[in-house]
Design a binder for this molecule. Structure first.
Ligand code: ZN
Length: 278
C-alpha cells in the first residue's frame, strides 16, 4: 500500500496569450492562463511544492532588455496575495518549512519563486536543468528561460532523477522516477515542450477517489490536447516530434480513470479544486 499524500492546487499569478497560439483556427482573443503551483502534504517529508508559478523575482529578472521582451510578449498579472509564499503563510507554512521543491521544467512561469525556498532541495528529471545552466542569456531567453531566477547555490541543492521505475497504471509513459522512494510521488517524463519536462503522478491523493496526473505544459489546456499546436510554438518548444508523442499519450490519459491537470488549464484546475470540497 503506497503512502497517501494530500494535494492542494494553487495558482500563483497568470499571463495573457492570444488564443491562437494555443489552439489553431481560433479567433485572436487574449486568454488568461493561470500558473499552477501544487502543494503536497507528505506524511514524513512535510509540505512539498511542485512548481511555484510566478514570483517577485520575475519582475526583477525581466526589468531590462532583452529579458523585458519576455514580459511584453506574455503580460503577467501578479498581486501580492497571489505569491505562493503568501498562500503558504495563510496555511501556517513558512518558506523554510519547505524542504522539497519539485520542478516540472525551468520556464520562468514555473520556477519564478524557487529562490524563496532557501532550504529546499530541487528535484527534477535528468537533463532538465542543462539549458538554463549552460545556454547564454540570449539563447536561454529564446527558450523562455531566465537564468537570473536560479539561486546561487542551485547546483549544491539540486537533485536530478533518472526515471527507472515501471508503473503498470501508466505504461505508455515509460519508466517513472519514484521521487521519495516510497511510492507516493512519481516524476513522469513528458519530453517535447521543454527538455526533461516532468509531470507528477500521485497514485493515492488523500481524500480523492482517483489517482492524479499533473501534466505541466505537455498540453497547455484540456482542449489543446486534441489539436496540433500553432506553428509559432515551434520556436519555443524543445522538440516538436517528442511534443507530439507526449501530446498523444496525455490525450489518452484524459480518457483513463485519472484526474489529469495541465498547469495552465483554468477548467481542469477548478474541477479538481471543486472535488476537494465535495
Ligand atoms: Zn513551459
Amino acid at each position: 500500500m503506497s503512502v497517501e499524500v494530500g494535494v492542494e492546487l494553487l495558482t500563483a499569478g497568470s499571463c495573457t496569450h492570444p488564443e491562437h497560439v494555443v489552439l489553431r483556427n481560433r479567433r485572436l482573443r487574449p486568454l488568461r492562463f493561470p500558473a499552477l503551483s501544487a502543494l503536497l502534504h507528505h506524511p514524513t517529508r512535510g509540505p512539498v511544492l511542485y512548481d511555484t508559478g510566478y514570483g517577485e523575482r520575475f519582475r526583477e529578472a525581466t526589468a531590462r532588455l532583452p529579458e523585458r521582451l519576455y514580459a511584453w510578449v506574455t503580460p503577467v498579472d501578479l498581486q501580492p496575495s497571489d505569491l505562493v509564499e503568501h498562500q503558504l503563510r495563510t496555511r501556517g507554512i513558512h518558506a523554510t518549512d519547505v524542504e522539497h521543491l519539485l520542478i516540472s521544467h525551468f520556464h520562468a512561469d514555473h520556477i519564478a519563486a524557487m529562490g524563496s525556498f532557501e532550504r529546499a532541495t530541487y528535484h527534477f528529471l535528468e537533463g532538465a536543468a542543462r539549458p538554463i545552466v549552460d545556454l547564454g542569456r540570449f539563447a536561454a531567453l529564446r527558450r523562455g528561460l531566465l537564468p537570473a531566477l536560479l539561486p546561487r547555490d542551485f547546483a549544491r541543492r539540486s537533485r536530478a532523477h533518472r526515471p527507472s521505475h515501471p508503473l503498470p497504471v501508466l505504461p505508455e509513459f515509460g519508466p517513472l522516477a519514484d521521487l521519495f522512494g516510497d511510492g507516493s510521488v512519481f516524476g513522469v517524463p513528458l519530453p517535447g515542450h521543454a527538455r526533461g519536462q516532468m509531470g507528477l503522478f500521485l497514485p493515492r491523493p488523500r481524500g480523492r477517489r482517483r489517482p492524479l496526473l499533473l501534466v505541466a505544459d505537455a498540453v497547455w489546456t484540456r482542449a489543446a490536447a486534441d489539436v496540433r499546436p500553432h506553428p509559432i510554438t515551434r520556436l519555443l518548444f524543445d522538440d516538436m516530434r517528442q511534443y507530439e508523442a507526449t501530446r498523444q499519450r496525455v490525450r489518452a490519459s484524459f480518457d483513463a480513470t485519472l484526474d489529469v491537470v495541465p498547469s495552465h488549464c483554468s477548467d481542469s484546475i477548478a474541477t479538481f479544486q471543486r472535488g476537494e470540497t465535495a
